[in-house]
Design a protein around this ligand. Structure first.
Ligand code: GDP
Ligand code: IMO
Ligand code: MG
Length: 430
């Protein structure tokens, strides 16, 4: 039996959805364990594009079980919309193939509003969040005043919990000169959709235990990337959850010994959406070219993603932090036209060379990348499925990346399509 956790090794949008979808052929269960509908995972299957936000990427395949773990924050309306949208594309979703943790915390409209109020008030100091209410919802969870899926079962319970969470929110709203949030309409709205959500709700820890007994193969699907982790990322320009692989255990209720392999998804260059440090960012024609060729626009907010060279120092660091065993290198084809390609191998901070990302954001903003330059291959790699068919210079670039990050590249993606992937080492068979 083999359970694999898939995580993003950069700032998100590395192509996790594509790789999870590709790997899910070999899995029985696909589980999301953190984040919410700030995630946007794109799958392209025979020319048809699916954009998933909350639902695990295994949902598009028949006979797979999809699970939303307790660590995910769930906007119930966003979830129902997503289910409806996928059903309209012919995907089967019912209580046989979708399970939602009864302990998952809800994102409610006042969370989304608080996210917006704070981002608007912050002006230049904003984080550039997806404005989905992710941060405020996780704050309420840790503040022990959150409303969870199971609270939809009882009107009285729901009323009491809304009272307590709104006491907190309305104090802040009043302080910021905003209208107070009324409880009664929200309670009614929630009760109306409660049966639709509750039909999927189960104790996920118990189900996972059952899956393990049945020797089912589990694929844990991370959202965001390690550099957006609330502890290990470029704080405060991060998301509000732990995006590292060990979150798969806490975000579902299985122990760390249920994880056998951690696969890091890594783009062959770097992107970031939102504000915050980005040492290898290219604000020139090459950056524009990467953005255009890579179609680097956010799946969730349509914002233009910032683009830059591959940062080996960062990826080597996130591999260590997250215990990554192997890498799926994505979007190699985006580099096809470039004359030369650079990899950041060190930083310079106040005249000194350093080999890791300093923890303080002030230093992260100051560091200068030191590059190693490689010749481009100027040949199309789009759709290549066999490593021997790659141009020599592309192979040299890949081996240099592998060498530098000290980790095996176990697959390479050469287009958005599911099957356009080079398999070097199957993580399910290690
Ligand atoms: P995720 O959030 O990590 O799942 O990534 P996104 O789906 O937000 O962004 C990745 C984008 O790159 C999507 O539009 C994918 O369809 C696309 N993509 C994934 N792999 C490749 C690849 O190898 N080549 C190209 N050109 N596009 C890819
Ligand atoms: P996937 O799963 C890229 C970024 C936002 C912002 C910061 C905080 O598709 O890789 P939040 O709304 O989470 O409070 O925003 O995190 N962010 C992502 N960037 N991909 C994502 O998800 C992201 N989810 C959040 O842009 O900078
Ligand atoms: Mg994405």
């Amino acid at each position: 039996m083999k359970n694999i956790v898939v995580v993003g090794s950069q700032w998100g949008d590395e192509g996790k959805g594509k790789i999870v979808d590709w790997l899910s052929e070999q899995a029985d269960v696909v589980i999301r364990f953190q984040g919410g509908h700030n995630a946007g995972h794109t799958l392209v299957i025979d020319g048809v594009t699916y954009k998933l936000r909350l639902l695990p990427s295994g949902i598009v395949r028949k006979n797979k079980i999809s699970v939303i773990g307790n660590g995910v924050v769930v906007d119930p309306w966003a979830l129902l919309d997503e289910i409806k949208e996928l059903k309209s594309k012919g995907i089967q979703i019912d209580i046989k193939n979708l399970i939602i943790s009864e302990s998952a915390n809800l994102i409610l409209p006042f969370h989304r509003e608080m996210d917006e109020i704070r981002e608007d008030a912050a002006g230049k100091g904003k984080i550039g969040t997806t404005r989905r209410g992710i941060g405020p919802a996780y704050e309420d969870k840790v503040g022990r005043r959150s409303i969870r899926v199971m609270d939809l079962r009882s009107e009285q319970n729901l009323d009491q919990r809304l009272e307590s969470v709104l006491l907190h929110h309305n104090a802040i709203r009043k302080g910021l000169g905003k209208k107070i949030f009324e409880k009664d309409q929200l309670r009614k709205d929630l009760l109306k959709i409660a049966p639709q959500i509750l039909q999927y709700s189960q104790p996920v820890w118990l189900k996972i235990n059952e899956f393990k007994r049945q020797k089912k193969k589990i694929l844990f699907e991370g959202a965001q990337g390690i550099l957006l982790d609330v502890d290990h990322g470029t704080y405060p320009f991060v998301t509000s959850s732990n995006t590292v692989a060990s979150s798969a255990a806490t975000g579902t209720g299985c122990g760390p010994n249920s994880i056998n392999y951690v696969l890091g998804i890594t783009k062959a260059y770097t992107t970031r959406v939102g504000e915050g440090p980005f040492p290898t960012e290219l604000k020139d024609e090459t950056g524009e070219l990467l953005g255009t060729r890579g179609k680097e626009f956010g799946t969730v907010t349509s914002r233009k993603r910032r683009c830059g060279w591959f940062d080996g120092v960062l990826v080597r660091q996130t591999i260590k932090i997250s215990g990554i065993n192997g890498i799926a290198l994505t979007k190699l084809d985006v580099l096809d036209d470039l004359e030369e390609i650079k990899i950041c191998i060190q930083y310079e901070l106040d005249g000194k060379k350093i080999d890791y990302l300093p923890a303080a954001v002030e230093d992260q903003l100051k560091i200068k990348p030191v590059y190693k330059t490689f010749p481009g291959w100027k040949t199309s790699t789009k759709g290549v499925k066999n490593i021997n068919k790659l141009p020599e210079n592309a192979k040299k670039y890949i081996f240099a990346v592998e060498d530098f990050i000290e980790t095996k590249i176990s697959s390479i993606s050469t287009s958005p399509e599911r099957e356009d992937t080079i398999l070097i080492e199957n993580p399910f068979e290690i």
